[in-house]
Design a protein around this ligand. Structure first.
Ligand code: C5P
Length: 228
């Protein structure tokens, strides 16, 4: 039997990976791994336990014990920590920044590696993250690096927050995006970068439909898969 197929989608925050990977998983009937949610929940669990994000030993202990699960509901995938739904708590700007701090520890990444690989089952997996194609699934049959300029990503984020009725200042959001990018791109282990064999897609001037179509064309060419 052939190996299950991995579609690895990496790229910076706000490039549109969430929407793209949701659509791809649905189109090919694959499971979806939102690896960023794992780092977000870990940072949340560390803070909740009263531990410090800068204390690598404590963070790695939490990573090893992390009681995390995903639940598919009508309105999307929910993230549970010890059975408690923390989906909205982990989606704030602060939660993203905290996630990128714990994600920079090499020992934490090692502790979470196997857990991520266990998501791979027949017929395949769409994996969303920063190091899906470079570290977690280096043999992925399909690797896509979805990028967009910091300006475009900040604009999209501001719009998203406003739609949720939240205050959002463009300059502040753009600064936070750039800080997180810098931390993710410059860390010593599993930095954010395209795999050598990745298709690089810049979504700055593309609609989600165009991004989806470009990804589907690449996937069908690489794997022979057909859309459901
Ligand atoms: O994708 P998301 O914004 O949820 O990721 C939050 C943070 O988790 C990222 O900024 C990054 O630091 C970290 N992350 C990572 N490796 C992944 C996924 C996310 O380091 N595979």
């Amino acid at each position: 039997m052939s190996d299950p197929i991995v579609i690895a989608v990496d790229g910076p925050g706000g490039a549109g990976k969430g929407e793209l990977t949701r659509r791809l998983a649905q189109a090919f009937d694959f499971d979806l791994l939102d690896s960023g949610a794992i780092y977000r929940v870990l940072a949340y669990a560390v803070r909740k336990a009263g531990l410090a994000l800068f204390d690598e030993d404590s963070v790695v202990q939490e990573a090893k014990l992390l009681n995390l699960s995903f639940e598919c509901l009508d309105d999307g995938v929910h993230v549970l920590l010890g059975g408690e739904d923390v989906s909205s708590e982990i989606r704030t700007e602060e939660a993203g920044a905290n996630a990128s701090k714990v994600a920079a520890y090499p020992s934490v990444r090692t502790a979470l590696l196997q857990r991520q690989r266990e998501f791979l089952k027949e017929p395949g997996l769409v994996a969303d993250g920063r190091d899906m194609g470079t570290v977690v699934f280096p043999k992925a049959q399909v690797k896509i690096f979805l990028d967009a300029s910091a300006d475009v990503r900040a604009k999209r984020r501001v719009l998203q927050l406003k739609q949720k009725g939240k205050q959002a200042d463009f300059d502040t959001i753009k600064k936070e995006i750039e800080e997180r990018d810098n931390r993710d791109r410059n860390r010593p282990v599993a930095p954010l970068k395209p795999a050598d064999d990745a298709l690089i897609l810049d979504s700055s001037d593309l609609s989600i439909e165009e991004v989806f179509q470009a990804a589907v064309d690449f996937i069908t060419k690489k794997t022979g898969l057909k859309l459901n």
